[in-house]
Design a binder for this molecule. Structure first.
Ligand code: SF4
Ligand code: SF4
Length: 511
């Protein structure tokens, strides 16, 4: 009975969420009493809706200001693929005097950002003018008003800023508030040209040039590693050192400094964006994320999901580094028997299917459930969260001491999604021998991901492109067929070295 009630309430929640998601508020339905905090003396809210989508507020026939919803004027999709709905009140000086986030499906705002942080962010707009150039985290840029972003929700803050200021500007220009806005009506078209939109999109790229240079160089290095992999893996010391440094770079720079940890939420948001009409605006707001996202897409097409999971995912890198350190300390490790291991794989695909299904109904519910990923706790919020999330994340990291990449192998919905996309990859640069699996199991036992079948084939869906098996492939002290060859060669050389002196002695006696 309890379970039925639980399921019913869950279903009801989904229906309510879905209904809310389907009905963003309309300025036509706004009531005067909703505006009292901002216009306490207002007597009338005009019935007419002025273009581009505002209503005037009066006090006994005198205009006091205007109100409008940002999503009806500048519907910029945020992380969730949908605009954040903000109610904005502006007085006749074109100063913002009130602002309230009314509806959103932003994952980071649903779970992660405190109400007080959000209010602190929106409060910064009070008394700013519609014609001000407002930038998030750009306090020292001349000509701009800098405001603080929302910690761990940079993109959401940028989208909010753009939609608030763009809609306020459009309304101010339409109403000629203040008088200089009238001149700007004349000179600035309400709708931006395509060239202006690209200029606007590239603004954060100019601000973050050092980040872009570092990241592009690192991605270039990774490309070089992939192209010269056959040469590099024959030098195990060099390759292993390079790999450790790369993983450290991924954790420190991609994860903690650039905050570019991709998540299943990005994938779900991308699906939403496609279904609501694709736009570059949100994707290009965060250059680091855009570069990682683009490189991942290209590498999946060329090599499969392994390049991202093995080299560019900060949480994957943390787990691998922890396991490597544990091995150096001779801590025990365990692997599930292959039959159980292969069945456990399925869990991540079930999680993926569930999240995609739920996101079609309610993105915010899916985002809350995507907390099965510990990325937000470990990387985005650096463990500063409620104890439940922190305990879960730490438990996964502790398990990775004994079982490498446990989370990746069995629970990661993003990894599962990438595996599906990776089925269409073009290159197969992994080398195998006839003896692999028949009977040799050396690589299979080396592979921390359990991505080599007992029959010797590499399971592309599960391979993280760590190249450990390729190091073994070329190592004549590890790869049994090469070990055999080496032993035969050494035997021949020993025999040769023993016969040569005898021949020399014999020939000297003859003479
Ligand atoms: S499986 Fe998930 S956590 Fe692991 S490396 Fe891939 S994306 Fe990252
Ligand atoms: S050892 Fe080989 S098969 Fe296993 S994950 Fe690494 S590259 Fe892939």
């Amino acid at each position: 009975m309890g379970l039925v009630r639980w399921l019913m309430s869950g279903l009801l929640m989904l229906v309510v969420n879905s209904a809310l998601a389907l009905t963003p508020p309309d300025i036509a339905n706004l009531q005067l009493q909703d505006l009292k905090p901002w216009f306490p003396e207002a007597t009338t809210l005009a019935q007419d809706i002025g273009q581009p989508g505002y209503r005037l507020v009066y006090n006994n026939g005198e205009v006091q200001g205007a109100v409008f919803y940002s999503h009806q004027i500048t519907p910029i999709p945020a992380y969730s693929g949908k605009p954040i709905v903000t109610l904005i009140a502006m007085d006749t000086r074109a100063a913002i005097i009130g602002l309230k986030i009314v509806q959103h499906e932003e994952p980071i705002l649903v779970v992660g950002v405190k109400e007080s942080d959000l209010n602190r962010f929106t409060d910064q707009y009070i008394n700013l003018f519609a014609l001000d150039k407002v930038r998030v985290d750009a306090s020292n840029r001349p000509g701009y008003v800098g405001i603080d972003g929302i910690s761990s929700a940079t993109i959401t803050a940028m989208v909010l800023n753009r939609s608030i200021m763009a809609s306020a500007k459009k309304v101010a220009i339409a109403l000629s508030w203040p008088s200089q806005a009238a001149t700007m009506s004349a000179t600035i078209p309400i709708a931006l040209s395509e060239a202006d939109r690209w200029k606007q999109r590239l603004e954060p790229w100019l601000d973050q040039l050092p980040t872009i240079i570092i990241l592009v160089s690192a991605l270039g290095l990774l490309l070089a590693i992939l192209f010269f992999q056959d040469w590099l893996v024959r030098k195990p010391k060099l390759f292993n050192t390079l790999r450790i440094f790369y993983l450290l770079f991924t954790v420190i720079f991609i994860g903690y400094i650039f905050s570019a940890q991709l998540s299943i939420v990005n994938m779900l948001a991308f699906i939403q964006t496609l279904s609501h009409g694709f736009t570059w605006d949100t994707l290009m707001l965060d250059p680091a994320m855009f570069l990682i996202w683009s490189f991942m897409a290209a590498s999946i097409l060329l090599w499969g999901r392994g390049v991202f999971c093995g080299w560019l995912c900060p949480f994957g890198a943390i787990q691998e580094l922890i396991h490597k350190a544990a091995q150096k300390l001779n801590l025990p490790s365990f692997e599930f028997p292959s039959m159980i291991h292969e069945r456990l794989w399925a869990i991540k695909y079930f999680i993926l299917i569930a999240l995609v299904g739920i996101s079609l109904d309610s993105f915010s519910t899916a985002a809350a459930m995507a907390e099965v990923e510990p990325f937000k706790t470990v990387i985005t919020m650096k463990f500063s969260r409620e104890w439940g999330y922190v305990t879960y994340a730490i438990a996964l990291l502790v398990i990775s001491i004994f079982n490498s990449k446990f989370f990746c192998k069995y629970l990661c919905a993003l990894g599962a999604g990438l595996s599906i996309l990776g089925r269409f990859r073009i290159f197969d640069w992994m080398r195998r021998r006839n003896e692999c699996g028949k009977p040799c199991q050396a690589c299979a036992s080396l592979c921390q991901n359990g991505a080599i079948k007992p029959t010797g084939e590499i399971i592309d869906n599960e391979c993280h492109f760590c190249l450990d098996c390729q190091v073994a492939y070329w190592n004549e002290h590890v790869c049994p067929p090469l070990v055999e060859k080496r032993k035969r060669r050494e035997k021949r050389e020993r025999a040769h070295n023993q016969t040569v002196p005898v021949k020399i002695i014999e020939s000297s006696q003859d003479s």
